[in-house]
Design a protein around this ligand. Structure first.
Ligand SMILES: *Cc1c(COP(=O)(O)O)cnc(C)c1O
Length: 387
């Protein structure tokens, strides 16, 4: 079956719910067992079927089945946010005294986890250049190293790592490869097929797709599934059934939404690249991106998030541009139906690499608005820079 079909049918079983198309949203803490036998057999396997509200309800099982099928995973684990998915995945392999290799372009709160909680628990992190070759990565592996964490592309600077090459080296040393695959979604990057053992999605972004729910999901290979499931459970992570429902509902239309985000982001990027106020556009699907060849080789599409570096300007000029935009909201997150723009400073959170840009960097999310309206609004904003 083609992806568009699987998006509609994955994880669905109307016959099991009186013919109703979507799974029920049960609000549940307590689950009653009918007999001592039933109780004891559930206790043998608390992750199979309903057991206790925190361990999941039917809508969560449907969401997990759908997402795992889309990415070809053995199983998926739902969490209450994308960050919780990252924490659970990393905590499933990290122990006191161990060491992690993390890409330098990683999502800020992932670095926060490494530098905060993990450091306190005695887990060390070395950051590596996302464009590092496999040999150079191998040189960073120590006997204590347990995992390599990649984010391709990084959500501020959009470098693409050669994940298959890095994964080959990592696996030769028995390391777990964890990928934050939020940007590409399961549709545009087959993280597990390219060597990741665990693929994380901030479902808050494109899977939910409507800027209204926090949700995370962890796709796992068979060898990592149970460890991740147990870690997430022991950390007490669970997502509310209404939010999981929104995640599953988002999956159904992802195949229609994502191509629009893709086309509009590319059109905006191409248009921005021609504007004199723009020093450079950073979009992996453009031929001028430094790792464009890797993106072409490994990805089947690009989503709606990219960056542009402006020519140097003052804060007042930047404010004049941003404050009066009509269609682009300034705010965190992305992946919803609406366009966003955010000034970012990628240099602030790097240690293994440097970030050089003379002007401000803007991260742009192309929403589902009409592309001509998006261009007109951004064009008026660039005019207000007065460069
Ligand atoms: C937003 C984001 C996360 C975290 O997701 P939340 O649901 O906001 O916790 C993780 N990784 C990336 C790349 C993100 O953009």
């Amino acid at each position: 079956m083609k992806t568009a079909t699987r998006l509609v049918h994955a994880g669905r079983d109307p016959a099991a719910q009186q013919g109703i198309v979507n799974p029920p949203v049960y609000h549940a803490s307590t689950v009653i067992f009918e007999s001592l036998d039933a109780l004891e057999s559930a206790q043998q396997n608390p992750f199979k079927g309903v057991y206790y509200g925190r361990n999941g309800t039917p809508v969560q099982f449907a969401f997990e089945a759908a997402v795992a099928e889309l990415e070809g995973a053995h199983g998926a684990v739902t969490t209450c946010s994308g960050l919780a998915a990252i924490v659970a995945a990393v905590m499933s392999v990290a122990e006191s005294g161990t060491h992690l290799l993390v890409t330098d372009n990683v999502y800020g709160p992932t670095r926060g986890l490494c530098e905060g909680l993990l450091k306190r628990l005695g887990v060390r992190t070395t950051y590596f250049d996302p464009t590092l070759d496999a040999q150079a990565l191998e040189a960073l592996i120590t006997p204590d190293t347990r995992a390599v964490f990649v984010e391709a592309p990084g959500s501020l600077t959009f470098e693409i790592s050669d994940v298959p090459a890095l994964a080959r080296v990592a696996h030769a040393h028995d390391l777990t490869v964890i990928a934050d695959n939020t940007w590409a979604t399961p549709l545009y990057y087959d993280a597990l097929g390219h060597g990741a053992d665990i693929s994380i999605h901030a479902a808050t972004k494109y899977l939910v797709g409507h800027a209204d729910a926090m949700l995370g999901v962890i796709n796992c290979s068979e060898s990592h599934y149970l460890a991740v499931r147990k870690t997430a459970a022991s950390m007490g992570y669970c997502a509310g059934p209404d939010d999981v429902y929104l995640g599953l509902r988002g999956v159904r239309t992802l195949g229609q939404r994502l191509p629009v985000h893709q086309a509009s982001a590319l059109a905006l990027a191409d248009w921005l690249a021609e504007r004199p106020e723009v020093a450079r556009v950073i979009h992996p699907a453009r031929a001028d991106h430094p790792q464009h060849a890797l993106w072409r080789r490994d990805f089947t599409g690009s989503s709606g998030l990219f960056a542009a570096v402006l020519q140097p300007c003052s804060r007042a000029q930047l404010a004049a541009m941003l404050d009066d935009l009509e269609l682009y909201g300034m705010g965190f997150s992305w992946g919803g139906f609406e366009s966003l723009i955010l000034p970012v400073d990628p240099g602030r959170s790097r240690t293994a690499t440097t970030w050089s840009a003379t002007g401000p960097t803007l991260r742009i999310h192309a929403g589902l608005e009409d592309i001509n309206d998006l261009i007109a609004d951004l064009g008026a904003g660039l005019d207000r820079l007065g460069l």
